[in-house]
Every structure is written in C-alpha cells, then in structure tokens.
Design a protein around this ligand. Structure first.
Ligand SMILES: Nc1ncnc2c1ncn2[C@@H]1O[C@H](COP(=O)(O)OP(=O)(O)OP(=O)(O)O)[C@@H](O)[C@H]1O
Ligand SMILES: Nc1ncnc2c1ncn2[C@@H]1O[C@H](COP(=O)(O)OP(=O)(O)OP(=O)(O)O)[C@@H](O)[C@H]1O
Ligand SMILES: [Mg+2]
Ligand SMILES: [Mg+2]
Lengths: 250, 250
C-alpha cells in the first residue's frame, strides 16, 4: 500500500518543488516505485522535468474526474502526473466536497506505488487542502530564514485542522531545512530556533545550498541525472533513507 | 498625485516582500512620502517590520470597506497598512467587482503620498488582481533561476489582461533581478536570457544577494536601519533613483 506524502508550505520559494522532484528520484534509486503529482498551477515540477504542455494533467482528474491512470506519464526514476495552468481554476470550483476528489482518485492507484509525492503551491487554497486530504503524511521544507520560520506556526495549525476535519490519517512526517548555508550566522540561528521549537519533528538530514540543484532544473533533469556526486544528490539520498527509517520500510 | 506600484510575481520566494520594504525605505530616504500596503495573508511585510497582530489591517478595508485611513500605521521612512491572516478569506468573497474595492479605497489617500507600494502574495488570486487593478505600475522581482524565469511569460500575460479588462492605466515599470550572485554561471546565464527577452523592461540596477537583507527582517528593521552601508542598502537606493528617473520625478 503506497504512502502518500504532501510536500507543502505556504511560504514561497522554500524548496517544495526541488524537494518533491529530488526526494522522488532518491526514493526511486533506493528501489521504490514512485509517482510524483504536480499540484501547482505554475507547473514548476513539470517544467523542472522538461515537460512542455502535456495533454493530460491533474486538471482533468480534479475537474472532470477523468481516470487518474490516463494522466500518468511514465518515467525511469518515477512516474509523473503533470500540472497545467488550468488548475488555477480549481480554486473557484464549487463542487460539493471538492477537496476529497484527489483522495478518491488515488484509491485506484495507491497499490501500484510505494510512494506518491505531491508538490503543493505556495498557498492554503483548495489545491493544497486537496493534497493534504489525500495524504498519509506531510513533509515541510523550511528555508532557514526569518520569514519562513515565522509562517511555520500558521502552517502547522492548518495541518491540525485538516487532520481533525478532513483526514484523520494525516500526520507530520517531518520538517527538512533546505538551502542551508552553514557559513551564515542567520542560518545557524534559525536552525537552532527551529530545533528548539520542533524537536523530533525536524529531520536530521539538512539540504545544503547547492547550485547544481538549480542548474539541473534548467536542463530538465533530476539531480541524479545531472550530477549524482554533488551535495544535493547526497543530501536528498540521505533524506530518502531517513524517511524509510521513520516509516520502518527497509 | 501618488504613484501606486504593485510589487508582484506569482512565483514564490523571489524577493517581493524584501523589495517592497526596502525600496519603500529607499524612496523615503530620498524625501518621498511613502505608504506600504501588505496584501499577503502571510503578512510577511508586516512581520519583517516587527509588527505583531495589528488591530486594523487591509482586511477591514476590503471586507467591510472601512475608511482606509483608519488602517494606516504611521512610521519614519514610510507608513504601513498591515495585513492579517483573515485576508485569506477575501479570495472567497463573492462581492460584485470585489477586485475594484482597493482602487476605490485609494482614491481618498492617493494625494497624501508620493508612492504607494503593494506587496503581493505568491498567487494570481483576488488579492494580486486587486492590487494590479489599483496600480499605475507593476514592478516584477525576478530571481535569476530557471523556475522563476519560466513563470515570467505567464505573469506578463496576466498584466496585459488586467490592463485590458480592469485598469487601462496599468503599465510594467520594470523587472528587477534579485538575490543575484555573479559567481554563479546559472545566474549570469539567466540574466543574459532575461535581458534578451525583456530588453528595456529590465532595470539596470540588480539587487545582489546580501544576507544583511535577510538578517534585517529578523530584527524588524528595514535595511537602512539595520546597515545603511551594505550592498543591499546601496542596491535598493540605486533602484529607487532609477525608478524616479523612469518616472521623470526629481
Ligand atoms: N538546496 C538548494 N540549493 C540551491 N538552490 C536551491 C535549493 N533548493 C531550491 N533551490 C532553488 O531555489 C529556488 C526555489 O526553490 P523551489 O522552486 O523548489 O521552491 P518552492 O517552494 O517550490 O517555490 P514555490 O513557492 O514558488 O512553489 C529554485 O530556483 C531552486 O532551484
Ligand atoms: N537580495 C537578497 N539577498 C539575500 N536574501 C534575500 C534577498 N532578497 C530576499 N532575500 C531573502 O529570501 C527570502 C525570500 O524573499 P521574500 O520573502 O522577500 O520573497 P517573496 O517573493 O516575498 O516570497 P513569497 O512568495 O513567500 O511572498 C527571504 O528570507 C529574504 O530574506
Ligand atoms: Mg514550487
Ligand atoms: Mg512575500
């Protein structure tokens, strides 16, 4: 039975897309069967993997309840359900219980994958709530800067509300610090602060700042295709291993 | 007659808040009377200036059409209309023509300021459209990375649509590269690409990566209070001067 994880944080630019794509690829390298779902209308995960305007996307699944299997694009390290710009319209969709549509759609495919990772947009709208409602866990990327830390309290409250009202299964799998630069006092201070506040919820693995992660996106590759020896590749492989350990999956 | 500028880009983490606060402070140092408006429900500009939970915010102005003057918090370099988490509810507001409410509210105060800068959230929802509808210009912060560059075409299309349908006055004042690190080949490549694509729309001023800009936010100060000699202060002062030149304001 596949584990569904939302990679989410309403603060912008904290590394949600970079984490979804490269954690997905790392889990693939460890032998897991992985599906990525791009739930951001900006389609950054779709673009980071070099896909242009895919015919079928998450939009048709949410708007018309098309069979989710028809939206899956097969790949080496992982399969992908791409996004499309039309997805922005889903926010205004008035269907009753629209936030449960994605959860229903996953029922057909959950057994075919070990992991389903959902890249969420930088907001708390219907797409993020749909992803959390369909998830077993949330992974929160945290940039080690003041504004990102400030938003965490609000975001964790939202997780609790979704768990209480929409999805009793939902738990926080962990918080992963991204774009970390140990030379910056600010980054070390914020990290200390986050450790004190969130304790065990923090992953031991930190994702260091590594320009190769940004470069790989401009050539449509995940980090293991672009440079499997760089810090970014090592860090995301460490994170994948730590997640398997937390879930007791060998 | 005050100039209203939206600092907007739906891509997350590109420096919208950092630009609104520090460009505002720079214009204040050049003798301009400035008002900042925090239109992001995450209230990052409000938090970056050390304001906790302000009683009156933009929410009351948009939701109940309260007198906008009652939401203004006075300051040294600039005044501020703070945000509040309730602002997220405005997205679901069904008032007819809700996107014009902010434009109406500004009519009372436009003459009291030389500049009104609006910090927009990382989305294309009702708050960003309201800000653009109320604005004379848009300034787009652009992180010199692939995913940020990819989103520009979509964003510029939105500007055109708002101009055609909602606000004929709206023009693009310029695109400013933020968090620039000249040592990174990726940053130089993306900058070249943006210059070729957007030509004169690009500001000559670039905002270099400067940790002082992030540090200043954690102590609730704008960059000129925190360290008026650092790169961040120099760059935002250059940007303010370049904007005055583009607008023929001496
Ligand atoms: N560890 C890292 N080292 C260097 N660059 C990184 C790292 N993680 C992310 N980036 C870069 O930072 C930028 C923001 O990351 P990303 O787009 O993944 O964040 P996001 O949270 O998905 O943003 P959004 O809120 O817009 O969805 C991207 O250009 C990405 O390449
Ligand atoms: N020139 C810069 N040098 C160093 N750090 C910067 C610079 N500009 C912004 N930052 C930092 O990068 C992070 C993202 O910037 P900011 O929050 O202003 O972006 P934003 O576009 O407003 O994000 P959001 O999409 O969440 O609203 C912040 O932690 C900020 O301190
Ligand atoms: Mg993203
Ligand atoms: Mg912001």
């Amino acid at each position: 039975m596949g584990v569904v994880i939302s990679v989410a944080n309403h603060k912008g630019g904290v590394g949600k897309t970079t984490t979804t794509v490269n954690l997905g690829a790392a889990l693939g390298r460890l032998g897991m069967k992985v599906l990525l779902v791009d739930a951001d209308p900006q389609a950054n995960a779709t673009r980071a993997l070099g896909l242009k305007k895919p015919e079928k996307s998450l939009y048709q699944v949410l708007a018309f309840q098309d069979d989710i299997r028809t939206a899956i694009h097969g790949g080496d390290a992982f399969d992908l359900i791409p996004s499309s710009v039309h997805l922005a319209g889903f926010e205004k969709n008035n269907d009753v219980g629209k936030e449960f549509i994605l959860q229903e759609a996953f029922a057909d495919i959950k057994d075919h994958y070990d992991f389903i990772l959902i890249d969420c947009p930088p907001s708390l709208g219907a797409l993020t709530i749909s992803a959390l409602t369909a998830s077993d866990y949330a992974v929160i990327p945290l940039q080690s800067e003041f504004l990102a830390l400030q938003g965490m309290t609000d975001f964790i409250k939202i997780l609790r509300t979704v768990k209480t009202r929409m999805n009793k299964e939902l738990d926080l799998l962990g918080i992963v610090v991204t774009q970390f630069d140990h030379r910056k006092v600010l980054h070390r201070d914020i990290y200390e602060h986050a450790l004190q506040t969130y304790g065990d919820a923090m992953f031991g693995t930190m994702i260091r700042g590594n320009v190769a992660l940004a470069e790989s996106q401009s050539v449509g590759q995940h980090i293991f295709e672009y440079d499997h020896t760089c810090n970014g590749a090592t860090d995301y492989l460490d994170l994948a291993n730590e997640i398997l350990k937390r879930l007791n999956i060998s």
